[in-house]
Write a protein that binds this ligand. Structure first.
Ligand SMILES: Nc1ncnc2c1ncn2[C@@H]1O[C@H](COP(=O)(O)OP(=O)(O)OP(=O)(O)O)[C@@H](O)[C@H]1O
Ligand SMILES: [Mg+2]
Length: 268
């Protein structure tokens, strides 16, 4: 089972869109995919038409009131073949406060997903835009991390914050986490977007994916309609970009797995 986390402390940069897009493309290609919604706002759950009401959510994995619920009983099918969801609920917003003083809470998701290892080929974890127990759990559970980064000046500061948090988390993981920065919401017509992409490449080099996700107004339409964008014909530009991104990430993963090691320069 491969586990990817999609995270950035900056809000509105395309994390949820990227998670749903890549997850649905993997499902389309025959993989059994689980999307994990770690954001209390539950936008991913809403996007794919799943509600946690009564059915439990990521919240229940943490056993706040003493009862730990197994992940398998929380997973819900979506209307899309091979695409399942572990939904979010608003109660998750209280986890940081409730778990603040308890130790050992950073590996809850990792342990829960371990029990699903035979059920899914890929797990994609959509993170909230805040550094807290939920993001820490996601980054402890994954083998790879994607950092969608909007191509605008403010987002670069957000990226800096995310990378600093990541170094902190890596120290407690004891090993580096393979990561890639994915430029999103790119508008080739604006100087600001082009300058920002150039700066990203200049500063972060190969950590930035070759594929850039363009602004495509149909992406919002697709999510409002609850259709993953690769299957929303009007969002052809966005859909094509995500297909290309997936191919790039799979090639990278295959190269890492073939080399079979965890050399520091690859991990970066
Ligand atoms: N490439 C794009 N072109 C146009 N609109 C986009 C694109 N990517 C995402 N959006 C839209 O921008 C908004 C934010 O995207 P999304 O929800 O994926 O970001 P997020 O990083 O998950 O946000 P949050 O931090 O609030 O969870 C959504 O309305 C989405 O439909
Ligand atoms: Mg989101």
């Amino acid at each position: 089972m491969r586990i990817w986390a999609i995270a950035n402390q900056k809000g509105g940069v395309g994390k949820t869109t990227t998670t749903v897009s890549l997850g649905s493309l993997l499902a389309e290609s025959g993989q059994r995919v689980l999307l994990v919604d770690m954001d209390p706002h539950a936008s991913l759950s809403g996007y794919v038409g799943v509600e946690s009401v009564g059915g439990g959510s990521v919240y229940d994995l943490f056993g706040v009131n003493g009862d730990v619920v197994e992940a398998a009983s929380l997973v819900q099918a979506t209307k899309f073949e091979r695409l399942s969801v572990l939904p979010a609920s608003p109660a998750m917003i209280t986890l940081d406060r409730q778990l603040g003083a308890r130790s050992g809470m950073g590996l809850v998701l990792s342990t829960s997903l371990g029990m699903l290892a035979n059920d899914f080929d890929y797990v994609l974890i959509d993170c909230p835009p805040t550094l807290g127990v939920l993001m820490v759990n996601a980054l402890a559970a994954c083998q790879r991390m994607l950092i969608p980064t909007q191509t605008e000046a403010l987002a670069l500061a957000g990226l800096g914050r995310m990378l600093r948090s990541l170094s902190m988390i890596e120290r407690s993981r004891g090993m580096p986490l393979r990561r890639r920065i994915v430029p999103t919401l790119f508008d080739a017509r604006t100087h600001a977007s082009r300058a920002c992409l150039a700066e990203l490449r200049e500063t972060h080099g190969d950590l930035v994916t070759q594929t850039v996700i363009p602004v495509d107004t149909q992406i919002r339409e697709a999510s409002a309609t609850g259709v993953p964008l690769a299957w929303w014909p009007a969002a052809r530009r966005g859909g094509d970009a995500y297909r290309k991104l997936l191919q790039e990430l799979l090639a990278l993963q295959a190269a890492h797995e073939a080399s079979g090691d965890a050399r520091a320069e690859d991990a970066a």
